[in-house]
Design a protein around this ligand. Structure first.
Ligand code: SF4
Ligand code: SF4
Length: 380
């Protein structure tokens, strides 16, 4: 990569839910860079494989000094090295397992040495870093203020995540995106709405930068021992491996699609079976007592179980970044109700004893698939 002649930016987003947001960020980058006479293009990676709800996907913006440089920078179908990676949902820092790959990859994997990882988050840089795979090379973690935006399922409602990200990019790449150009581009995209300009400035001023040294981060995330077959080692024809009843795919775990996960209050569960029946991914296992426990490796975090459960706060959706493992929890409840209930309360902010009511603040059920009434639109 000719660092001074071109710049590559990727946006990592939750498939479908954040597609429009990713498009808007990439287009705004190109629009702003063109105002300074640079050339550029925005493109998506997944033309050949279906995008799925919540499953990580990528779009790219490449900006270059001239057309020749741009062509050279786009030679790769998916750039293997980028200057900046932008994650528009902080739970993506737990690793990215896309529909098109086998195995979880660290969020920083394509980021060049001394590049940037920008994450939209309400958390502090160290909290986000604690859930990011240990770095192999130095980079700067930038936290763009704001939670995960799902403003793009049916009709796009701009919450200015795109403009805040553009402001952050103007700060780290002033040679490609000047702040004034970012503001002018935002004004154009927002059809003259001056609040877009303020959001660019806010992203520029308020993005917290945290240099990350090699080794910083977590080594606690699962590493899947799986090697993709090459052309010469692929088995002929279409082969679907048989699985025993109840056996799940050992490679594609699905949990990378999750922004929130359900926690269950087994004490208030009335064993009605609704969660088990309605879970689209068959994540619930029946316990010997007739409760239903979530298999966290299989759960995509859609929130349907929490919606259909007839008992108030029996299933609560919780921010995925609060968890450091995928261990199923019914065994803990079986062994020690008090310890389990303390864990349930700590995670959910809800009292395990319904008579006592809500203990703390309950996180919003952020997944748009779970709550279409509150989700804002998109183009799908
Ligand atoms: S959130 Fe609930 S319904 Fe959705 S996949 Fe997970 S367990 Fe199943
Ligand atoms: S829907 Fe709720 S009450 Fe019914 S079995 Fe599932 S957790 Fe229990």
């Amino acid at each position: 990569m000719a660092e001074d002649r071109s710049v590559s930016i990727e946006v990592v987003y939750r498939g479908i839910f954040q597609k429009t947001l990713a498009q808007r960020i990439c287009r705004s980058v190109v629009l702003a860079a063109r105002k300074r006479g640079h050339t550029g293009t925005a493109f998506a990676r997944y033309g050949d494989s279906p995008e799925r709800n919540g499953v990580p996907a990528k779009q790219f913006a490449v900006v270059a000094a001239d057309e020749l440089e741009l062509e050279a920078s786009m030679a790769k179908y998916e750039p293997s090295v980028v200057d900046v990676s932008i994650a528009v949902d902080d739970t993506l820092v737990k690793g990215v397992e896309s529909w098109a790959w086998y195995g979880r990859q660290p969020i920083w994997k394509p980021v060049r040495a001394n590049g940037w990882l920008l994450v939209t988050s309400d958390k502090k840089p160290d909290e986000v870093l604690a859930q990011t795979d240990a770095a192999e090379r130095p980079y700067t973690l930038g936290i763009v203020p704001g939670g995960a935006s799902f403003a793009g399922l049916w009709v796009y409602k701009d919450d200015h995540t795109d403009f805040r990200v553009l402001g952050a990019l103007a700060r780290i790449l002033p040679q490609w995106i000047a702040l004034d150009d970012a503001k002018a581009a935002s004004l154009e995209l927002a059809k003259g709405d001056q609040s877009a300009v303020a959001s660019v400035q806010y992203g520029y001023d308020s993005t917290a930068m945290r240099p990350v040294k090699p080794g910083e981060g977590t080594s606690g995330h699962e590493v899947l021992q799986f090697t993709k077959p090459g052309w010469t080692t692929m088995r002929p024809g279409i082969i679907v491996d048989a699985r025993k009843p109840g056996e799940r795919n050992p490679y594609y775990k699905k949990y990378g699609a999750r922004t929130m996960r359900p926690v269950v209050n087994f004490d208030t569960c009335i064993k009605c079976t609704m969660c088990w029946l309605d879970c689209p991914d068959e994540c619930f296992e029946v316990t010997p007592e007739g409760h239903y426990e979530v298999v966290y490796e299989a759960c995509i975090g859609c929130g349907i179980c929490a919606q259909v459960c007839p008992v108030k706060d029996c299933i609560v959706m919780v921010d995925e970044l609060k968890f450091t493992d995928n261990t199923d929890k019914w065994q803990l409840w079986k062994q020690d109700h008090a310890t389990y209930n303390a864990w349930f309360e700590d995670m959910s902010g809800v009292s395990a004893d319904p008579k006592k009511g809500t203990k703390g603040s309950v996180p919003p059920n952020a997944n748009p698939a779970a709550n279409p009434a509150t989700s804002a639109g998109g183009d799908e």
